[in-house]
Design a protein around this ligand. Sequence first.
Ligand code: HGY
Ligand code: MN
Ligand code: MN
Length: 383
Amino acid sequence: MDAAEVIGRCRALAACTEEPGHITRTFLSPPMREVHRLVGGWMGSAGLRVSIDAVGNIRGVSGAGPRLMIGSHLDTVRHAGAFDGILGVMMGVALAQRHPPCALEVIGFSEEEGVRFGTPFLGSLALVGTPLVEPPIIEAIRAFGLDPERIPEAAMSADVKGYVEFHIEQGPVLESLGLPLGVVEAIAGQSRLEVRFNGHANHAGTTPMSLRRDALAGAAEWIALVEREACATAGLVATVGKLEAQPGVANVIAGSVRASLDVRHARDQERARAVAAILGGAERIAARRGLKVEWETRLEQPAVAMQFAGVERAVEAAGYPVHRMVSGAGHDAMIVACRVPAAMLFLRSPGGISHHPDEAVLPEDVAAALAVGMRFLESWRAA
Ligand code: HGY
Ligand code: MN
Ligand code: MN
């Protein structure tokens, strides 16, 4: 299976979508069945023993005894590209097909993005034994035809001794340096929250400006504060990507607003400081406007260092320049790293674009990653 086939399979899976004309595939949505059928077939052809666990992770194992896990996620954001996550699973299948000297487990996680329920990493959390108990998640598992009672069986086998994830960089760095590959030394920590502003819905025509408790105007002022805080802090990114106003009609002052908040930084204490400053700002704005504000934390994920020495040696052995970098995007590797040594190899993102239909990958970079992957597998020894 060469680079063109890896890319072709990613594009084939892009057709498995909830929204014709777009690539949208969330946790255990109907198109995931076709993904399981296609990926299961490709895994089987590569000589892997295929299974699907109780949270919808699809897994293929070859050989016996201590093994290396290669994986990434099969879900997408809304209106996604074809390679975020999916490429890493297809890389695992392609490397398995080349019959490396070590036993392998290739895993396609059912959910990393957190789009459906706001909680990311459901697939890899089940792998590391984190209980999934939220009723909507349990209901979705049942509705897909899986058995939530068997979630504990999804926990990682003791035979798994390491994890490697191939992933597009999703940013502009490698392209700006003219490099095909990047060695990930750490993954930035992230905080994800839902922030709710509550005011008072009223008539847009008859309510004087001085008498309003406009939740959407309050949220708007706060969103500008979020952006100012991030721009003023080196290495910090903060995003409000989702906003829902109720009742959401033109001639009614919004009574309530739900906003997402995503804050990331390579250093956890910097991220915590920023989150506190942003939430303090929300409280001050709400107090001045006569609104109530509350929030719910959906994810507090510390920054995680990667065990990158082996991947770095493989990049050198395959004859490519080594460039170490921190990942601003979160990845399943940061969850799996709490159980086994985890490494990541980035592939250049043309245009630095991701979470967008224009997301792409270059065949020559996939070929480079396959060559590095084989070097890594040939030298990998269970720690
Ligand atoms: O949002 C992220 O960091 C990743 O794409 N899940
Ligand atoms: Mn993503
Ligand atoms: Mn991803």
